[in-house]
Ligand binder design. Structure first.
Ligand code: FMN
Length: 229
């Protein structure tokens, strides 16, 4: 589906036009626009109003230094211990199929066959460039958080993503950053009791990039929602 790069004026439009963008233009985001998004996102709800998110927004030199170091480590084959695994292992049905389908749909769009493992790895590696975005967001949280606080952080992420659409921007939420907790800590200097939970790329989407046409499938309404009436 063709990417919508306009500014959303309704929540419905923001919901429907938000996709995970994996190719950004280098066009900078105006400081006021950027700060406005985080200012409004302060209104995101959280259980007990704990507001358990710690948010680091990287642009310019700090962003470049950070991504260069991570890419350097990847090139040397260096890895770090993930904060926690991305999914339960093994995944069960239908979750397993959904995950598989996402990958296949994306690589089909990019014309990368299953056998071309290197090309697939290179695509995954773009996570660590923040997909070329001019803004990189890293969200850390205290290691003592319980499961409900992770919901809160998810709500905060979606708030950022919808506000970004209102500004004509796009985003990519990224669990991938949990793979480099030590480098994250070295660059943003978060307290020892925290760790990286999730990251996000933010910027203007490249409307010409085939990868940005991926409008990931969803389960049908009646598969997920039961109306008891
Ligand atoms: C918390 C979270 C973490 C994610 N991490 C990544 C990631 O590391 N890399 C990536 O390419 N996509 C990542 N995604 C994007 C999902 O693959 C995407 O949301 C899903 O396939 C639905 O597609 P859509 O966002 O385009 O609607 C993440 C999404 C969420 C919500």
């Amino acid at each position: 589906m063709k990417l919508n790069t306009g500014k959303s004026t309704t929540v419905t439009d923001a919901m429907k036009s938000r996709i995970t963008v994996r190719d950004f233009l280098s066009t900078p985001v105006d400081d006021d626009v950027l700060k406005g998004i985080f200012e409004t996102a302060r209104r995101a709800p959280s259980g007990g109003n704990l507001q358990p998110w710690n948010v680091h927004v990287l642009t310019g030199e700090p962003l470049n230094n950070f991504r260069n170091e991570v890419i350097g480590k990847l090139m040397k084959g260096e890895s770090e211990k993930d904060t926690f695994p991305p999914y339960p292992s093994p995944l069960w049905e239908p979750l397993r199929t959904w995950r598989y389908k996402l990958g296949e749909d994306m690589y089909n769009l990019l014309d990368i066959p299953k056998e071309d493992k290197m090309a697939r790895l290179r695509q995954v590696g773009k996570n660590f460039l923040f997909f070329g975005a001019p803004v990189g967001i890293l969200i850390t949280g205290d290691k003592r958080l319980e499961v409900p606080q992770y919901y809160d952080i998810g709500i905060y992420l979606q708030s950022l993503m919808l506000l970004a659409r209102e500004a004509g921007l796009h985003t990519a939420p990224q669990g991938a950053w949990r793979a480099f907790p030590d480098t994250v800590k070295a660059h943003i200097n978060h307290p020892d009791e925290q760790h990286i939970l999730v990251g996000m790329s933010l910027g203007y989407a490249n409307p010409e990039a085939p990868v940005n046409e991926l409008y990931a499938d969803r389960a049908e309404l009646d598969e997920l929602v039961t109306f008891h009436s």
